[in-house]
Design a protein around this ligand. Structure first.
Ligand code: B16
Ligand code: MG
Length: 214
């Protein structure tokens, strides 16, 4: 029986993926590295440093460790510039409605995000109040597709992975959910991924999946 739901943040609850794209694009342009939406899709759910390594694999020159640290820090400053301008209006009405509906059914809700910027995002958008637990890039040592972030979320909820659903937009996130023993729901990019258990078109479809049917 499902008792809890762990939501990915970027690409599921919010569309901060656009800000990641814009910030990485500025860095890539600065170093004449080819970067487009297709490369950006490879960064979904992946940590900041691993994202940089993927971007740099499209360059024909080598970068020192110090240069890489500077690039990652600069990207994060650009990204946080976008985040600071976010407001509660950046959360879709149907997203809030779904969260309220699921809470109303007595389900426990958690965030499971690779992002170290999760606290800032939740504060700016006033989303924290819907969640019983937050597991993010600040409390993990292995990023998705490792299941750590979701296992910690389930643990914070005092639930077993088999009692929880993971909702994700990234292949790495679906792999992480499956590796942890969660039922996976895929939205957006992950709705087309073969390993996703339950693909959905929009978050509003989540309460209708068979495992949550009342
Ligand atoms: P940060 P999620 C992930 O968030 C993003 O999808 C991914 O593109 C990003 O690199 C990662 O967070 C780390 O973010 O640089 O803010 O620590 O999808 O797991 O909510
Ligand atoms: Mg995501």
């Amino acid at each position: 029986m499902i008792k809890g739901i762990v939501f990915d943040l970027d690409g599921v609850l919010l569309f901060t993926d656009r800000f990641h794209y814009l910030a990485w694009k500025a860095i890539a342009d600065q170093y004449q590295i080819p970067f487009d939406e297709k490369v950006n899709d490879r960064l979904r759910g992946v940590s900041r440093r691993e994202s940089l390594d993927i971007i740099l694999s499209y360059s024909d020159r080598d970068f020192s460790e110090a240069e890489k640290e500077d690039m990652a820090a600069e990207k994060n400053e650009l990204y946080r510039g976008y985040l600071r301008k976010m407001t509660p209006a950046d959360v879709r009405d149907d997203t809030r409605a779904v969260l309220e509906r699921l809470r109303g059914r007595g389900l426990k809700l958690a965030v499971g995000s690779s992002s170290k910027n999760t606290p800032l995002i939740l504060e700016k958008t006033d989303l924290a109040k819907y969640f019983d637990a937050i597991s993010d890039g600040n409390n993990i040592t292995h990023s998705k597709p490792h299941p750590e972030v979701f296992l910690k979320a389930a643990d914070y909820l005092n639930l077993q992975p088999s009692e929880c659903i993971v909702v994700e937009d990234a292949e790495a996130g679906i792999d992480a959910g499956a590796a942890g023993g969660f039922l996976t729901v895929g939205i957006g990019y992950a709705a087309h991924y073969a390993k996703t258990d339950r693909p959905i078109q929009s978050l509003s479809d989540l309460p209708e999946i068979p495992e949550l049917a009342v």
